[in-house]
Design a protein around this ligand. Structure first.
Ligand SMILES: NC(=O)N[C@@H](CC(=O)O)C(=O)O
Ligand SMILES: [Zn+2]
Ligand SMILES: [Zn+2]
Length: 346
């Protein structure tokens, strides 16, 4: 039984770092584990332009210790008014790495999202041309569609068309939660990939709803049936390059989650690697962990893997019940549970 594991320093291909005090409270947790991260733009107001992404990048760097070994990779939030020329310029100037498609009102701070996706075709064309990656929150918001079906329907209604129409556009189906999502990524060319969160590898919908409603297990897309969780575990641990690590760490104040209308999002940044690693060990796939965490995402984004490394050691530890994010209490994923691995050095 392996007692320690050393891998290239991993990257997080989907994270919410927020802004202000919350940013200062949570960004160090991500920078501790990851060399780079794709930073989501769903602030209020959202980060919609190259200039806003540049300014946000500066705020992130200012929120971290000067010696942090961390590079934020910036994204722009697509809206009905996105300017293809500005996005292409952002990519060419090295400010933007990706742009994010949120269907309007799909998730936290997505009220400005896109109302008619087909109208964005000129934007997708400019992204395909300039090499900007399209990151997708893949859920329809049609009130007729059951929340547990929203990912599968999004793929049918929108994603298949986008991928067919823009065959050179690199597309990431973020936080895949269904076997349909897994099959879509597997059935597409190598310009299409998926990120998988730790929570969707650990939790099914029973974990959220049986024996009491657990707001800290609620995120979007919502956890699905057990068969979907099993499909995700298989995809993540398979060693294929098309699925890679994206935590979707999404902190909300404890009071906003433990509420009559609780916010969606799970704060998993503090022990994300430990959480994923436990899954790889349980699936007998420790040998594929480095490729999922540290190699495949970089390769997809056309970046080289990090030079430095991190070591995880086998050591039981209890996850704190609450973490103080510069004055805001936030409940971390696995709060109160014992994890088997611990990040030793980075
Ligand atoms: N995942 C979530 O449940 N919430 C995210 C938004 C998102 O990624 O959809 C957030 O910003 O809080
Ligand atoms: Zn999302
Ligand atoms: Zn997210």
């Amino acid at each position: 039984m392996a007692e320690s594991l050393t891998i290239r320093r991993p990257d997080d291909w989907h994270v919410h770092l927020r802004d202000g005090d919350m940013l200062r409270g949570v960004a160090p947790w991500t920078a501790r584990q990851f060399g780079r991260a794709i930073v989501m733009p769903n602030l209020t107001p959202p980060v919609t332009t190259t200039a806003m992404a540049r300014a946000y990048r500066e705020r992130i760097l200012a929120a971290l210790p000067a010696d942090a070994d961390f590079e934020p990779l910036m994204t722009a939030y697509l809206t009905d008014d996105s300017d293809p020329a500005d996005l292409a310029a952002g990519k060419n100037e090295g400010v933007l790495v990706a742009a994010k498609l949120y269907p309007a009102n799909a998730t936290t701070n997505s009220a400005h999202g896109v109302s008619d996706i087909a109208r964005l075709d000129p934007v997708f064309a400019a992204m395909e041309e300039s090499g900007l990656v399209l990151c997708v929150h893949g859920e329809v918001t049609d009130p007729e569609i059951d929340i547990f079906d929203r990912e599968a329907v999004f793929i049918e209604r929108h994603l298949e068309r986008i991928v067919r129409r823009f065959p050179r556009l690199r597309v990431v189906l973020e936080h895949v939660t269904t076997e349909e999502g897994v099959a879509f990524v597997q059935g597409s060319g190598n310009n299409v990939a998926g990120t998988i969160t730790p929570q969707h590898l650990h939790l099914n919908r029973n974990a959220m709803l049986v024996g009491g409603m657990r707001p800290h297990a609620y995120c979007l897309p919502v956890a699905k049936r057990e068969k979907h969780r099993l499909a995700l575990r298989k995809a993540a641990t398979s060693g294929s390059g098309e699925f890679f690590l994206g935590t979707d760490s999404a902190p909300h104040a404890r009071g906003d989650k433990e509420s009559a209308c609780g916010c969606a999002g799970i704060f998993n940044a503090p022990f994300a690697l430990e959480s994923y690693l436990q899954v790889f060990e349980d699936e007998d796939a420790l040998g594929n962990f480095e490729s999922f965490a540290s190699l495949d995402g970089a390769a997809f984004y056309g970046l080289t893997a990090n030079e430095s490394s991190v070591t995880l050691v086998r050591e039981d530890h209890v996850v704190p019940e609450v973490i103080d994010a510069c004055g805001t209490p936030v409940v971390p994923f696995h709060a109160g549970e014992t994890l088997r691995w611990r990040l030793a050095s980075g």
